[in-house]
Write a protein that binds this ligand. Structure first.
Ligand code: SF4
Ligand code: SF4
Length: 352
């Protein structure tokens, strides 16, 4: 393959030699203990994987520390999973325990394998992004503090993937996670006509709206919002900072449940709305923490072994889910969005 100067590099170049030698020839794998995997190839070679958590937003000291550990124990081979776990890939078994000891010394938690909770994948929040309806790191820290036991122990009925995105653009895996925490705006953008005329292109702003809620206003060289068509997605704000969507009073958090990516047992599923709104309550977001913990506890108490959150809900029924979790079912749960029909066909197994 020719070497290009754009796009991701060919991943084969970054595989550890043991994986290259045994590519596609793995016989089995086992979980030796929480956070430690062993893959055995047909050739008899073994690969040990130590999975560790990260806070996702990393400072340079942490990145250097991770790189140093990878150099010391894994010949430089380390990777991030899609849920922002670290995976140290080790071909020499004698290096596993020293690495685990060093991770412990640096307070880097090891876990997230098998029937446990993975790291919470999350977005930028107030630290970096311009459209958030809530923070990301702060909410995740508060939730993870409460659920941390499930990261280091494989004590759940099945794997648990929690995701957080701070607006509907959903840079996190909110649409396909067992439990998803999603920041929501609830009011239409307020247009700063003067700033829009000065700094944004009207056709681009109008085209950015997925529900055709924006109309050109030639008199002001700006746009008007047809409020009843707006779904508060914030896409127009991404195009033009004059479309102010942030609203300190009405922005908050919604909770979604039952999504998954995997094809195992059942088809992939989209997450569905469980709680339409919880208030933004920094620095510890107690309402959100309680809500997520409640769903995890009820699922853990009622699911049969191997049943992901969505599979459990499909078995017992949504009515029972709302009953068991004590969550109210409201008009907000009825999906009457005009483009909802295509979203019903959501699996890789569908047939038109
Ligand atoms: Fe920004 Fe939205 Fe992504 Fe959060 S989810 S980082 S607010 S675009
Ligand atoms: Fe359109 Fe979304 Fe902007 Fe509302 S917030 S006007 S739906 S782009």
């Amino acid at each position: 393959m020719p070497k290009l100067d754009f796009g991701p590099p060919d991943f084969h170049a970054m595989l550890p030699p043991v994986i290259k030698r045994n590519y596609g020839q793995w016989r089995y794998h086992e979980i030796l203990k929480p956070g430690l995997l062993k893959h055995v190839a047909e050739s008899g070679e073994a690969l040990f994987t130590v999975r560790a958590g990260t806070p996702r937003l990393l400072n340079t000291d942490s990145v250097r520390r991770i790189a140093d550990l990878a150099d010391k124990y894994c010949d430089g081979y380390v990777r991030f999973t899609s849920r922002h776990n670290l995976e140290f890939l080790i071909s020499d078994e004698s290096r596993v325990e020293p690495l685990l000891a060093e991770l412990k010394k640096f307070n880097i938690p090891v876990g997230g394998t098998g029937n446990s909770m993975s790291s919470i994948v999350h977005t930028q929040g107030w630290i970096h992004c311009h459209t958030p309806a809530t923070d990301a790191s702060g909410v995740v820290k508060a939730v993870m503090d409460e659920l941390f036991q499930h990261y280091t122990h494989m004590d759940l009925p099945a794997k648990l993937k929690v995701a957080m995105a701070c607006c509907l653009n959903m840079c996190g895996a909110v649409h396909c996670s067992d439990i998803a925490i999603l920041g929501v705006h609830r009011t239409p953008p307020k247009v700063d006509h003067e700033a829009l005329a000065r700094g944004c292109e009207v056709p681009t702003v109008v085209a950015s709206c997925p529900t055709a809620a924006l109309r050109p206003n030639p008199r002001l060289k700006s746009v008007d919002v047809v409020e009843e068509r707006c779904m508060y997605c914030g896409n127009c704000f991404t195009m033009c900072p004059a479309m102010k969507i942030m609203d300190g009073e009405h922005d908050g958090i919604s909770i979604w449940v039952g999504g998954k990516v995997g094809n195992a047992r059942t088809a992939p599923m989209f997450s569905k709305l469980a709680i339409p709104f919880l208030p933004n309550n920094p620095p510890r977001w107690p309402e959100v923490v309680d809500a997520v913990k409640n769903i995890v506890d009820v699922w853990a108490a009622h699911a049969i072994k191997g049943e992901r959150v969505g599979e459990w809900i499909n078995r017992v029924g949504w009515e029972r889910f709302f009953e068991l979790t004590g969550l109210p079912f409201t008009d907000k749960h009825v999906d009457d969005f005009i483009f909802s029909v295509p979203s019903f066909r959501s699996s890789t197994q569908f047939k038109w």
